[in-house]
Design a binder for this molecule. Structure first.
Ligand code: PGA
Length: 221
Protein backbone atom coordinates (compact mmCIF):
# COMPACT_ATOMS: atom_id res chain seq x y z
CA UNK A 1 0.00 0.00 0.00
CA UNK A 2 2.76 2.43 0.98
CA UNK A 3 4.79 1.70 -2.12
CA UNK A 4 1.63 2.32 -4.13
CA UNK A 5 1.27 5.74 -2.59
CA UNK A 6 4.92 6.53 -3.27
CA UNK A 7 4.42 5.58 -6.89
CA UNK A 8 1.43 7.88 -7.08
CA UNK A 9 3.54 10.92 -6.31
CA UNK A 10 4.86 11.05 -9.81
CA UNK A 11 2.50 8.99 -11.92
CA UNK A 12 0.56 10.07 -14.98
CA UNK A 13 -3.11 9.38 -15.62
CA UNK A 14 -4.21 9.52 -19.25
CA UNK A 15 -7.89 9.89 -20.04
CA UNK A 16 -9.59 10.31 -23.39
CA UNK A 17 -13.25 11.17 -23.52
CA UNK A 18 -15.89 11.91 -26.10
CA UNK A 19 -16.96 15.54 -25.92
CA UNK A 20 -20.23 15.00 -24.07
CA UNK A 21 -18.26 13.62 -21.10
CA UNK A 22 -16.11 16.72 -20.78
CA UNK A 23 -18.89 18.27 -18.68
CA UNK A 24 -18.48 15.79 -15.84
CA UNK A 25 -14.89 14.52 -15.96
CA UNK A 26 -13.36 17.72 -14.56
CA UNK A 27 -15.65 17.33 -11.52
CA UNK A 28 -14.10 13.90 -10.94
CA UNK A 29 -10.58 15.21 -11.34
CA UNK A 30 -10.86 18.04 -8.81
CA UNK A 31 -11.18 15.93 -5.64
CA UNK A 32 -8.86 13.26 -7.08
CA UNK A 33 -6.03 15.73 -7.69
CA UNK A 34 -6.56 17.24 -4.27
CA UNK A 35 -6.03 13.82 -2.77
CA UNK A 36 -3.07 12.96 -5.00
CA UNK A 37 -1.46 16.29 -5.88
CA UNK A 38 1.60 14.70 -7.47
CA UNK A 39 -0.32 12.97 -10.25
CA UNK A 40 0.01 14.44 -13.68
CA UNK A 41 -3.23 14.32 -15.68
CA UNK A 42 -3.38 14.18 -19.45
CA UNK A 43 -7.01 14.67 -20.48
CA UNK A 44 -7.91 14.50 -24.16
CA UNK A 45 -11.35 15.52 -25.43
CA UNK A 46 -12.34 14.43 -28.93
CA UNK A 47 -15.29 12.95 -30.74
CA UNK A 48 -16.21 9.29 -30.45
CA UNK A 49 -14.35 8.21 -33.58
CA UNK A 50 -11.17 9.98 -32.52
CA UNK A 51 -11.38 8.40 -29.07
CA UNK A 52 -11.76 4.97 -30.73
CA UNK A 53 -8.60 5.68 -32.72
CA UNK A 54 -6.71 6.57 -29.52
CA UNK A 55 -7.99 3.33 -27.98
CA UNK A 56 -6.76 1.31 -30.96
CA UNK A 57 -3.33 2.93 -30.57
CA UNK A 58 -3.29 2.31 -26.79
CA UNK A 59 -2.55 5.97 -26.00
CA UNK A 60 -4.54 6.33 -22.76
CA UNK A 61 -5.41 4.51 -19.53
CA UNK A 62 -9.19 5.04 -19.86
CA UNK A 63 -11.58 5.90 -22.67
CA UNK A 64 -15.01 7.38 -21.94
CA UNK A 65 -17.86 6.80 -24.39
CA UNK A 66 -21.60 6.74 -24.42
CA UNK A 67 -21.61 4.15 -27.22
CA UNK A 68 -18.90 1.55 -26.81
CA UNK A 69 -17.16 0.54 -30.01
CA UNK A 70 -17.82 -2.98 -31.19
CA UNK A 71 -15.27 -5.70 -31.86
CA UNK A 72 -12.67 -4.58 -29.31
CA UNK A 73 -11.80 -6.58 -26.21
CA UNK A 74 -12.68 -4.09 -23.49
CA UNK A 75 -13.23 -4.00 -19.78
CA UNK A 76 -16.01 -1.58 -18.97
CA UNK A 77 -17.72 0.09 -16.05
CA UNK A 78 -20.97 1.93 -16.61
CA UNK A 79 -20.78 5.31 -14.98
CA UNK A 80 -24.00 7.28 -15.36
CA UNK A 81 -26.86 8.04 -17.67
CA UNK A 82 -26.59 10.45 -20.57
CA UNK A 83 -29.97 11.64 -21.86
CA UNK A 84 -30.06 13.35 -25.24
CA UNK A 85 -32.75 16.03 -25.25
CA UNK A 86 -34.42 18.18 -27.89
CA UNK A 87 -33.58 21.89 -27.67
CA UNK A 88 -34.69 25.15 -29.24
CA UNK A 89 -34.17 28.85 -28.66
CA UNK A 90 -36.30 29.99 -25.70
CA UNK A 91 -38.80 31.98 -27.82
CA UNK A 92 -39.22 29.27 -30.45
CA UNK A 93 -42.95 28.32 -30.84
CA UNK A 94 -42.24 24.66 -29.93
CA UNK A 95 -41.02 25.67 -26.47
CA UNK A 96 -44.54 26.99 -25.72
CA UNK A 97 -46.13 23.58 -26.27
CA UNK A 98 -46.44 21.07 -23.47
CA UNK A 99 -46.05 18.17 -25.91
CA UNK A 100 -44.52 18.16 -29.41
CA UNK A 101 -44.97 15.20 -31.75
CA UNK A 102 -41.93 13.72 -33.44
CA UNK A 103 -43.42 14.63 -36.86
CA UNK A 104 -43.74 18.24 -35.81
CA UNK A 105 -40.17 18.28 -34.54
CA UNK A 106 -38.91 16.72 -37.80
CA UNK A 107 -40.37 19.63 -39.79
CA UNK A 108 -37.95 22.06 -38.12
CA UNK A 109 -34.47 22.79 -39.43
CA UNK A 110 -32.14 20.44 -37.58
CA UNK A 111 -28.53 21.01 -36.52
CA UNK A 112 -26.43 17.86 -36.16
CA UNK A 113 -22.92 16.96 -35.00
CA UNK A 114 -20.28 15.74 -37.46
CA UNK A 115 -19.76 12.17 -38.72
CA UNK A 116 -17.71 10.40 -36.04
CA UNK A 117 -19.68 11.96 -33.18
CA UNK A 118 -21.34 9.59 -30.69
CA UNK A 119 -24.19 12.08 -30.30
CA UNK A 120 -24.84 11.87 -34.03
CA UNK A 121 -24.57 8.08 -33.88
CA UNK A 122 -27.25 7.97 -31.15
CA UNK A 123 -29.55 10.32 -33.08
CA UNK A 124 -29.18 8.32 -36.30
CA UNK A 125 -29.82 5.01 -34.50
CA UNK A 126 -32.93 6.46 -32.88
CA UNK A 127 -34.40 7.82 -36.14
CA UNK A 128 -33.63 4.56 -37.97
CA UNK A 129 -36.59 3.12 -36.09
CA UNK A 130 -38.94 6.07 -36.62
CA UNK A 131 -41.25 6.99 -39.48
CA UNK A 132 -40.01 10.57 -39.77
CA UNK A 133 -36.43 11.80 -40.16
CA UNK A 134 -34.89 15.08 -38.98
CA UNK A 135 -34.63 17.81 -41.57
CA UNK A 136 -30.86 18.34 -41.47
CA UNK A 137 -29.88 21.91 -42.21
CA UNK A 138 -26.33 22.10 -40.89
CA UNK A 139 -23.53 19.88 -39.65
CA UNK A 140 -21.62 21.46 -36.81
CA UNK A 141 -18.62 19.83 -35.15
CA UNK A 142 -19.05 21.20 -31.62
CA UNK A 143 -21.72 21.04 -28.91
CA UNK A 144 -21.10 24.67 -27.97
CA UNK A 145 -21.33 25.88 -31.56
CA UNK A 146 -24.62 23.98 -31.90
CA UNK A 147 -25.95 25.71 -28.78
CA UNK A 148 -24.98 29.11 -30.15
CA UNK A 149 -26.51 28.25 -33.52
CA UNK A 150 -29.75 27.26 -31.77
CA UNK A 151 -29.63 30.61 -29.96
CA UNK A 152 -29.23 32.35 -33.28
CA UNK A 153 -32.36 30.49 -34.49
CA UNK A 154 -30.58 28.50 -37.18
CA UNK A 155 -32.53 25.46 -36.07
CA UNK A 156 -33.32 22.98 -33.33
CA UNK A 157 -31.13 20.11 -32.18
CA UNK A 158 -30.72 17.10 -29.92
CA UNK A 159 -27.79 17.17 -27.50
CA UNK A 160 -26.72 15.61 -24.23
CA UNK A 161 -28.63 17.32 -21.41
CA UNK A 162 -25.29 18.05 -19.80
CA UNK A 163 -24.23 20.40 -22.57
CA UNK A 164 -27.04 22.70 -21.38
CA UNK A 165 -25.49 23.57 -18.06
CA UNK A 166 -24.30 26.78 -19.71
CA UNK A 167 -26.71 27.07 -22.62
CA UNK A 168 -29.76 27.45 -20.43
CA UNK A 169 -28.33 30.60 -18.94
CA UNK A 170 -28.46 32.24 -22.33
CA UNK A 171 -31.87 31.03 -23.39
CA UNK A 172 -31.77 27.55 -24.88
CA UNK A 173 -34.72 25.49 -23.75
CA UNK A 174 -35.60 21.81 -23.75
CA UNK A 175 -38.60 20.84 -25.88
CA UNK A 176 -40.83 18.06 -24.74
CA UNK A 177 -40.83 15.86 -27.86
CA UNK A 178 -42.64 12.49 -27.90
CA UNK A 179 -40.29 9.47 -27.60
CA UNK A 180 -37.42 11.66 -26.41
CA UNK A 181 -35.01 11.86 -24.62
CA UNK A 182 -32.77 9.33 -26.33
CA UNK A 183 -31.21 7.37 -23.51
CA UNK A 184 -27.59 6.34 -23.35
CA UNK A 185 -24.96 5.75 -20.69
CA UNK A 186 -21.42 6.88 -20.16
CA UNK A 187 -18.89 4.12 -19.66
CA UNK A 188 -15.26 4.05 -18.67
CA UNK A 189 -13.46 1.45 -20.72
CA UNK A 190 -9.95 0.10 -21.14
CA UNK A 191 -8.32 -2.61 -23.20
CA UNK A 192 -8.59 -5.91 -21.37
CA UNK A 193 -5.03 -6.92 -22.18
CA UNK A 194 -3.65 -3.58 -21.05
CA UNK A 195 -1.65 -3.52 -17.83
CA UNK A 196 -3.21 -0.87 -15.56
CA UNK A 197 -0.59 1.32 -13.88
CA UNK A 198 -0.78 1.87 -10.08
CA UNK A 199 -2.20 5.35 -10.76
CA UNK A 200 -4.82 3.96 -13.15
CA UNK A 201 -5.87 1.34 -10.56
CA UNK A 202 -6.29 3.96 -7.85
CA UNK A 203 -8.29 6.16 -10.22
CA UNK A 204 -10.52 3.27 -11.27
CA UNK A 205 -11.26 2.43 -7.66
CA UNK A 206 -12.05 6.10 -6.98
CA UNK A 207 -14.42 6.28 -9.98
CA UNK A 208 -16.20 3.08 -9.00
CA UNK A 209 -16.62 3.76 -5.30
CA UNK A 210 -17.03 7.53 -5.06
CA UNK A 211 -17.19 8.96 -8.56
CA UNK A 212 -20.94 8.96 -9.19
CA UNK A 213 -21.77 10.74 -5.95
CA UNK A 214 -19.01 13.30 -6.41
CA UNK A 215 -20.14 14.16 -9.93
CA UNK A 216 -23.81 14.31 -8.98
CA UNK A 217 -23.09 16.78 -6.21
CA UNK A 218 -20.52 18.91 -7.99
CA UNK A 219 -22.12 19.15 -11.40
CA UNK A 220 -25.71 19.14 -10.09
CA UNK A 221 -26.56 16.42 -12.58
P1 PGA B 1 -19.45 12.92 -29.18
O1 PGA B 1 -19.82 12.43 -27.74
O2 PGA B 1 -20.74 13.26 -29.80
O3 PGA B 1 -18.58 14.12 -28.90
O4 PGA B 1 -18.70 11.85 -29.93
C1 PGA B 1 -19.96 11.31 -27.32
C2 PGA B 1 -20.49 10.05 -27.17
O5 PGA B 1 -21.73 10.11 -26.93
O6 PGA B 1 -19.79 9.01 -27.23
Amino acid sequence: HLSNLRGLKSGTLRLASATTAKYFIPHLLGPFCERYPGIDIQFTVANRQQVIERLEQGLDDFYVFSHLPEGLDLDVIEFMSNDLVAIAEANHPLTKKTKVSLEEFCREDFLIREVGSGTRFSIESFFNNQQCKPNIKMTIASNEAIIHSVLSRLGVSILSAHTLAFGEIYGVQKINVASLPIQSKWSFSWTRSQHLSPVAKVFLNYVETEGREIVKKAARL
